[in-house]
Design a protein around this ligand. Structure first.
Ligand code: FES
Length: 178
């Protein structure tokens, strides 16, 4: 007749092995977690990329040659525009909180407001038909190219399209959610 199976005994050695393995695993996870979070941070809650609707103070079809109209990113919810290109202090994917729609010899461009030197906001110089930076004196032509340094790179474009009427544009951006 077969003997009844005796319950398997956990030896002290086995128990200590499991205990040490658990301790080691917990220590490694605790040590690695902050490093993993640093390299792969969770996206901030509420952030969402997409077109941002802007109402221009001057409709595009009334923008005279050599003129520009400034616009700002919405504050509620807090949003920003995404640069399409750039150099120097600007780069594709960087954020801008304002921009200009400019009519340059019939061609309409939309630029981020950031100077490519160190990121100050440029202002339209209506008399000279340039964008001038108040920080270190850089100047840009209405096509965004550098007229005067220290900036070495042109203004960054924003990706946009006209909305349902000439006062409305949609600019690629992001709702920041904070
Ligand atoms: S930030 Fe514009 S010239 Fe320096």
């Amino acid at each position: 007749m077969a003997e009844a199976l005796a319950p398997r005994r956990v030896t002290r050695r086995t128990f200590l092995g499991w205990w040490l393995a658990s301790l080691l695993t917990a220590t490694v996870i605790t040590g690695l977690a902050p490093i993993l979070v640093y390299f792969w941070p969770a996206p901030p809650k509420g952030q969402k990329k997409g077109p941002i609707n802007i109402a221009l103070q001057t409709p595009i079809d009334q923008l005279q040659d050599g003129n520009a109209v400034k616009f700002d990113a919405p504050r509620s919810p807090n949003s920003a525009f995404i640069m399409a290109d750039g150099g120097g202090d600007n780069a594709p994917g960087e954020l801008a909180f304002g921009g200009y729609v400019v009519n340059n010899q019939g061609k309409v461009n939309v630029f981020a407001i950031n100077c490519s030197h160190l990121g100050c906001s440029v202002a339209l110089n209506e008399a000279a038909k340039t964008f001038d930076c108040p920080c270190h004196g850089s100047r840009f032509r209405l096509d965004g190219t550098v007229l005067h340094g220290p900036a070495e790179f042109p203004l960054s474009h924003l990706t946009w399209k006209q909305g349902p009427n000439p006062s409305a544009i949609e600019v690629d951006g992001i709702v920041l959610g904070f």
